[in-house]
Design a protein around this ligand. Structure first.
Ligand code: SF4
Length: 284
């Protein structure tokens, strides 16, 4: 391990010199997030135009070396809890473990071993006696949640006091094609989201930004609000919305066309979402 202090902009997945496990100081949560990257091959089934993964390619997670992942997770949690990593690498004020986050350089649920990974996390958490307040979070584009084994994994996450952050950047097929570079229908997105909600407490995570200087249109906002309110009307209980703009530069060819929205612009949309009765957390 190196001795370079971690900052809230340091998301280098190699910063702990491990294959699957990496630390991130979360600016949102004010603590260390223990990241698990199931896509060390930088492959995702989507290609969001704001994606920050270097050398992103289309594809799925490779076979996961579960024994290595378990060794890395146990060793790293042990170091955080009993070693001097916090003092050497983490700034004052952020020296606490905030969560274990399945979030990496691609879509984590594309790993064939996904459910076994969650069972492994549960076992390691128990062994190192990690406090229940340390959540286990799955950050997902949601596109594979129709698969039964993935749903099984979500049920296991729920048992860990965990949550799912389900990506919804636009609520029209055309908008998703534009922003996430994937073809889908809103029926499929809705079915996947309903599956997530049925298995585990679920937040929407929404990246809202300007393209060619233009913020999302009123129609984009209306599509989103209509989609969410229809879900709520039908009794599907979302936890809320995590609304953010571009935290770090895109590494996609569209990067020069993207720009962050102001906090005021984000707040204006957050207010409209809030009128649906949902909590909204905004990160500019
Ligand atoms: S879903 Fe995540 S990893 Fe995949 S392309 Fe989008 S931002 Fe990148």
């Amino acid at each position: 391990m190196n001795d370079k202090p971690l900052s809230t902009t340091d998301h280098d997945r190699d910063s702990a010199a491990l294959q699957y496990v990496y630390p991130v100081v979360s600016r949102r949560a004010g603590g260390v997030s223990v990241g698990i990257n199931l896509n060390p091959n930088n492959a995702c089934n989507w290609r969001c135009i704001y994606c920050q993964v270097p050398g992103l390619s289309r594809g799925t997670a490779p076979a996961i070396d579960l024994a290595l992942l378990e060794k890395e997770l146990r060793g790293f949690l042990d170091e955080l809890l009993h070693g001097d990593f916090m003092h050497r690498r983490v700034p004052d004020g952020a020296r606490r473990i905030n969560d274990i986050a399945l979030s990496g350089n691609g879509e984590p649920t594309s790993a064939a071993e996904f459910t076994r990974v969650i069972v492994l996390i549960a076992r390691v958490r128990r062994e190192v006696a990690l406090a229940e307040s340390v959540k286990t979070v799955l950050i997902t584009n949601g596109s594979l949640l129709y698969r039964e084994p993935v749903q099984q994994g979500l049920r296991e996450i729920a048992k860990l006091n965990g949550e799912v952050w389900f990506k919804l950047d636009r609520a029209s097929a055309a908008g998703i094609q534009l922003v996430n570079d994937t073809r889908t229908s809103m029926k499929k997105v809705r079915d996947n989201l309903i599956a997530a909600i049925a298995c585990c407490p679920t937040w929407l995570q929404t990246c809202w930004f300007a393209l060619d200087g233009q913020p999302p249109s009123r129609q984009d906002e209306d599509d989103y609000l209509e989609f969410v309110s229809a879900l709520l009307r039908d009794g599907h209980k979302l936890q809320g919305v995590l609304l953010y703009s571009l935290a770090r530069p895109s590494l996609q060819p569209e990067a020069p066309r993207l720009s962050a929205l102001s906090e005021k612009q984000l707040q204006a949309f957050a207010e409209r979402i809030g009128k649906l009765g949902l909590p909204v957390k905004v990160s500019p």
